[in-house]
Design a protein around this ligand. Structure first.
Ligand code: PEP
Length: 250
C-alpha cells in the first residue's frame, strides 16, 4: 500500500512573516491527516518553517536546488545546505523551472542524482503543454522526460521518490484534467517505471497529480486507482483550503 502524499508548493509567495502565520494556522488543522503532508515554502522561509513544524506530522520540501555541493554558483542553493537545515523533499523539474528558467532534462537529471546523493527525496514534475496535448503527444513527451530525468538512477532509489504529473495547461489556470484523464497518464507513468525499473519500483513509487487541485476536486482524484496524492499550488496558500485538501478522507 502506498501512503498518499499531498504537498503544497507556495512558489514565490509568502514573506517569512507570512509563512510563519500560515504554518501556525495550518499545524492544528492538518494534524489528523491520514496522508503525508509536505510544505514547500520559498528558500527564505525554509529554516523557520522547519522549526515551526518540529514534532508535528508536517514535512518540509524545497522548490528547487542546484546540483553542486558548493562553489562559484551565485544565487544557487545546494543539496547539502538544504539537508543540514532539515529539508526532506525537493521539487525538481517544475514546469515553471523548465519554461521560465530554461532548465533542460539533462540539468534536471543532475539535480535528481544530487538529491539522492545527499539524502533528499525528489518530487520530480513531468507534464505536457497544451500544444503537445492537442497534437496527441502527451505520452511521448512524458516518456521522453522520464527517460532523460531518471537516466542512471537505481531502481532502489526510484521506489523512494515521488513523481508529480502536472499537465502544464492545468497549472494556475483553474483548468484541471479530469480525474480519469489524470489517472490514465499516471498509469502510463507507472507502466514506464515498471518497464525500466521493475515491479518493486513501480508498486512503491508515489505519483501525484498537480494542476489547479482544490478541495472540491481532490476526493474524486484520490479515488482513482493510480493517483497517490497531489502537488498543490494556489490552493496551498489558504490554510482552510489546504487543510480541506489534505483532510479529503474526512
Ligand atoms: C503547481 O505549482 O505545481 C501547481 C499545480 O499549481 P496550481 O495548483 O496553482 O495549479
Amino acid at each position: 500500500m502506498r501512503r498518499p502524499i499531498i504537498a503544497g508548493n507556495w512558489k514565490m509567495n509568502k514573506t517569512p512573516r507570512e509563512a510563519a502565520q500560515l504554518v501556525l494556522e495550518l499545524r492544528d488543522k492538518v494534524k489528523d491527516a491520514k496522508c503525508e503532508v509536505v510544505l514547500c515554502p520559498p528558500f527564505t522561509s525554509l529554516a523557520q518553517v522547519i522549526t515551526l513544524v518540529e514534532d508535528t506530522n508536517i514535512k518540509v520540501g524545497a522548490q528547487n536546488m542546484y546540483y553542486e555541493e558548493n562553489g562559484a554558483f551565485t544565487g544557487e542553493v545546494s543539496p547539502i545546505m538544504l539537508k543540514e537545515i532539515g529539508v526532506s523533499y525537493v521539487i525538481l523539474g517544475h514546469s515553471e523551472r523548465r519554461m521560465i528558467f530554461k532548465e533542460d532534462d539533462e540539468l534536471i537529471n543532475k539535480k535528481v542524482k544530487a538529491a539522492f546523493l545527499h539524502g533528499l527525496t525528489p518530487i520530480l514534475c513531468v507534464g505536457e503543454t497544451l500544444e503537445e496535448r492537442e497534437q496527441n503527444r502527451t505520452f511521448e513527451v512524458i516518456k521522453n522526460q522520464l527517460e532523460k530525468n531518471l537516466d542512471g538512477i537505481d531502481a532502489a532509489k526510484v521506489e523512494e521518490m515521488v513523481i508529480a504529473y502536472e499537465p502544464v495547461w492545468a497549472i494556475g489556470t483553474g483548468k484541471t484534467a479530469t480525474a480519469d484523464d489524470a489517472n490514465q497518464v499516471i498509469k502510463f507513468i507507472r507502466s514506464e517505471i515498471r518497464n525500466r525499473f521493475g515491479d518493486s519500483a513501480a508498486d512503491k513509487i508515489r505519483i501525484q497529480y498537480g494542476g489547479s487541485v482544490k478541495s472540491s476536486t481532490i476526493k474524486e482524484q484520490m479515488a482513482q486507482s493510480d493517483i497517490d496524492g497531489a502537488l498543490v499550488g494556489g490552493a496551498s496558500l489558504i490554510a482552510t483550503e489546504f487543510a480541506a485538501i489534505v483532510n479529503y478522507e474526512e
